[in-house]
Design a protein around this ligand. Sequence first.
Ligand SMILES: C[S@@+](CC[C@H](N)C(=O)[O-])C[C@H]1O[C@@H](n2cnc3c(N)ncnc32)[C@H](O)[C@@H]1O
Length: 343
Amino acid sequence: MELLCIQSQEHPELPLAELKAVIECENIEAKIDDVAEGLVILKDISSDKIYEYYKILTKRLGYTHEIHEMIIKSNIDDLAEDLQTVEWSKYINETFAVRVKRLHSEIDTVGTEREIGTLILENSENIKVNLSKPKTLIRVAAFGNDLYVAIERIKLNKKHFEDSKPHKRPFFYPGSMNPKLARCMVNLSRIKEGELLLDPFCGTGGILIEAGLIGCKVVGSDVYWKMKNGTAINLDYYGITDYRTFHLDVRELKMYEKVSSVVTDPPYGISTSTGDVDGDEIFKEFFHAIYDNMRDDAYLCMASPHYVDLKPMVDEVGFVIVEQYAIKMHRSLTRIISVIRKK
Ligand SMILES: C[S@@+](CC[C@H](N)C(=O)[O-])C[C@H]1O[C@@H](n2cnc3c(N)ncnc32)[C@H](O)[C@@H]1O
């Protein structure tokens, strides 16, 4: 069986990297066919695993906007022939609607929706179209003239990413990254539900909220008492209970239990203070402080500005950079997202 994933196109690489990381750490057995930016098909999934995988992916992913169970791949010219091979009663419960999403395609959306709807009606009995409140949604992704016809089984709740934007949290302080990127970084760290994740520069807790929501145990620390407290206020607000927070300089970090992953956005630039540590020194100090607090198989996912060269620093401590992604913030700042692990 197959799953159709429609992804955000706000970054050319991160959505696919996030999906691959989750597939890896959750041991999902599937072949990844990245058809185009924004469109990925997960193939060769065994039918008894499909709902388990479907649930994991819908719960975890930030940059994947929709996930559906594939019915058939067709194209504009062969629609009539292909759609009559499908036993629609297996998929449709009384009423349905068809929605087409174009990804790098020029096809007529409304015309194609109507055509597919008509063909489904011609090939089945006792079902009706209901455009406003369909019981079944047939989702079609169009890429060029190819049409990936799928059915929505689980709705993804993307409202959370809107509701948890930094200024909507009870404790606000400038400098928190957007929640989708925070979720993506948590996923890039290959953490799993029930494992322990640390953010030693926790600020307002943006990263910890995302990790908590996918079921991780979280620990946050910050050199400022006000931030450590603010993180706790925010975690409580989002219903996260399995957490601890500490008022601590990163250089004094000594965890009671080695962590399964570290995800963090260290201070840099003019808007965030680095305590009393100078410039790039904070990164060096951070790598040294964090190493012994991580399990040997743990991953670290962090953000840094393009002008800080992490390579010599990670080499010195015994880490290795596994993946890096650049996000252009403005003319003079590119943010680098790095995935790092022990050598
Ligand atoms: C970029 S902010 C982190 C933002 C955070 N991800 C959030 O969602 O709000 C960096 C944080 O590092 C903290 N910090 C600065 N120097 C530190 C140090 N030496 N040890 C620990 N925390 C420090 C700052 O107080 C600040 O809250």
